[in-house]
Design a protein around this ligand. Structure first.
Ligand SMILES: [Zn+2]
Length: 144
């Protein structure tokens, strides 16, 4: 999970960007819920908000323990989606480094999971449920 603490001062210059940031905080955001529902309907069973590897101390949004697949639904803002991340006009330096740290941590998490024999699946929150289901299903069906 990303660190969602906010910087001091007036960091959100527009109501729109503020709404995006607030909407991306925390769990049970609607894209993740929609994906969970779709997978469940298809008969998939998984753990929710679960650490794939306990010693890693990082949770995945959906975890398929037996198949060793860890799914992360990444917020477009916090994880720096190339399509939707727009740099705020205030505190730009703060946000640039914060998003960069989040992205580094995402990459580090993926690398550690792969080393441990897991398959990380990254899904942007803007992706359609159908696309997300295909990504997860492909990871689950892959050999190994
Ligand atoms: Zn996006």
């Amino acid at each position: 999970m990303a660190d969602h603490s906010l910087p001091p001062g007036s960091w959100a210059s527009s109501e729109a960007s503020r709404a995006v940031m607030l909407g991306n905080r925390g769990r049970d955001t609607s894209p993740e819920l929609a994906l969970r529902r779709a997978l469940h309907r298809l008969g998939y069973r998984y753990r929710v908000d679960h650490p794939p590897i306990p010693e890693l101390r990082r949770r995945a949004d959906l975890v398929f323990t037996r198949r060793r697949v860890a799914v992360f639904v990444d917020g477009c803002y916090w994880h720096g989606c190339p399509q939707h991340y727009g740099e705020p006009s205030t505190n730009a330096e703060y946000w640039r480094s914060k998003i960069a740290r989040n992205r580094e941590r995402d990459a580090d998490t993926d690398a550690r999971l792969r080393q441990a024999g897991w398959t990380p699946v990254r899904i942007w929150e803007h992706e359609s449920v159908d696309d997300a289901v295909v990504k997860v299903a492909c990871a689950l069906d892959a050999p190994g």
